[in-house]
Design a protein around this ligand. Structure first.
Ligand SMILES: [Zn+2]
Length: 120
């Protein structure tokens, strides 16, 4: 289950490495502070930064997209069970579509078929 959350835009003169990183420097689940060693930058593109942060207190992780523009700094985060090295695999893979969801729904309704597909 993912829990999206967002933070309000800050002043345009905010520094990515300055005080305003505190926007996403706490765990949204247990509210503990992150330390820099638990934060990894997974990608950067045109003022957008994809960060993976793991909480040392509750071990939950979030993926955060931090966008820096002339209008200011804003971020949106998503609670995830992905490790930082797994993010690339899902980032570059095909998107889940409506038919995938319907197929999964049907599969979950037939336990024998589900285990057969899993090779059990
Ligand atoms: Zn936490």
């Amino acid at each position: 289950m993912s829990l999206p959350f967002s933070n309000s835009p800050k002043r345009a003169d905010s520094s990515f490495c300055g005080e305003d990183v505190k926007l996403i420097s706490y765990c949204p689940l247990c509210e503990s502070s992150y330390t820099p060693s638990q934060t990894q930058v997974l990608g950067e593109k045109e003022g957008s930064h994809l960060l993976h942060m793991k909480c040392g207190n509750c071990s939950n992780a979030i993926l955060a997209l931090v966008i820096i523009s002339t209008a200011g700094v804003s971020s949106v985060g998503l609670s995830t069970d992905l490790a930082s090295d797994e993010v690339d695999r899902f980032k570059t893979g095909p998107a889940v579509n409506t038919n995938d969801v319907i197929d999964m729904h049907h599969l979950l309704q037939d336990e024998d078929a589900m285990f057969a597909q899993l090779g059990c």
